[in-house]
Ligand binder design. Structure first.
Ligand code: ATP
Length: 311
């Protein structure tokens, strides 16, 4: 494919298809501050983000000029995305395509496919991961070569978690979560996170049920943060979805070094420092049915971009 456009003006082959694997995120700490009218009522946040190698794959291919965009979704657990009422134009990947097209002054004539593995509405930022993957894919497909800062700026117009998802790893998020200070590999702060057990194998406890982030914030306004909770939204999420609380308790009792509700929930993340502990957490969750599905992953992770050139 690629036709007349297969070769750039300098004789280089142009990309025909770009695939991006984009990690889910969790929050190792999440402090919720006051809400601000200037941010549309969003709360001030101070959080440590951590990306997990539980990924969605977004593929972008050029379509003929003027033909518009298309979106195909694949995956076994599409949640509310599978319903016919879910409007394609509101999919976060499509919003990211429109934002990139506008910023680049191009038409959004692109075929997108999303292979979804990140549970939907789960506090794992699956929608943000898809938007970030789309931004990275178009940066390569359209040969824009924009630096990370510019990609993050586009991402920030779409949602609080998206600027983080563009580069993954570990990072501190402030503002409403969109102001990203990376915690780079080899830095003292990164070593401290690893030493504290926030690296390596994790088990994600996932649910059929979804929680809407605004509903969880409304519950937070009512119940506040739990005493000693590093995730201020944990108690609110548990008040709406009590099984998440049981899953956290069971993982800690089985020896997890950390276990918590991921972001706004309902999914649960457990760090399992040894194979024996991992086995015990798995066995506890399987026995009690405190979670619906168990997904194994590693932390931290970064997005990967693979480019197929035109023949
Ligand atoms: P948030 O990022 O608000 O914390 P979350 O991580 O809990 O959300 P997401 O999986 O991002 O959950 O989904 C939130 C909602 O966004 C879903 O209910 C879904 O309908 C909508 N959505 C739009 N596009 C996508 C997408 N590509 N993937 C997942 N959800 C999407």
């Amino acid at each position: 494919t690629g036709g007349d456009n297969a070769y750039g003006h300098d004789g280089r082959r142009s990309p025909a298809m770009v695939s991006v694997d984009c990690p889910a995120k969790t929050n190792l700490t999440l402090e919720v501050g006051p809400s601000h009218a200037k941010w549309g009522g969003r709360h001030e946040l101070d959080t440590i983000y951590c990306a997990l190698d539980l990924t969605d794959t977004v593929t972008a291919c050029e379509k003929p000029a003027g033909s518009g965009f298309s979106l195909d979704l694949a995956g076994e657990h599409l949640g509310d995305l599978a319903s016919s009422s879910s409007d394609m134009r509101r999919n976060h990947a499509v919003l990211a395509l429109f934002a990139m097209a506008e910023e680049a002054g191009r038409e959004p004539d692109v075929a997108l496919t999303i292979d979804k593995r990140i549970p939907v509405g789960a506090g794992l930022a699956g929608g943000s991961a898809d938007a970030a993957a789309t931004i990275l894919a178009l940066n390569a497909l359209w040969e824009l070569d924009w630096p990370l800062d510019r990609l993050r700026k586009v991402a920030a117009t779409l949602g609080a978690d998206m600027p983080f998802c563009v580069a993954g790893g570990y990072a501190r998020g402030t503002g409403y979560g969109e102001v990203i200070t990376p915690i780079l590999p080899g830095s003292d702060e990164e070593r401290a996170l690893r030493d504290a057990g926030y690296a390596g194998a994790v088990l994600v406890g996932a649910y059929q049920a979804q929680l809407s982030t605004p509903e969880v914030y409304a519950a937070f306004d009512a119940v506040g943060a739990g005493e000693g909770d590093r995730n201020h939204l944990q108690q609110a999420a548990i008040s709406l979805h009590p099984r998440s609380g049981r899953a956290v308790e069971e993982a800690l009792a089985a020896g997890a070094s950390h276990a918590f509700v991921s972001g706004s929930g309902p999914s649960v993340v457990a760090f399992t420092p040894t194979p024996a502990i991992r086995h015990d957490v798995l066995a506890a969750w399987e026995r009690s049915k405190a979670v619906d599905r168990i997904i194994a992953a590693q932390a931290p992770a970064v997005p990967t971009v693979s480019v197929t050139v035109a023949r």
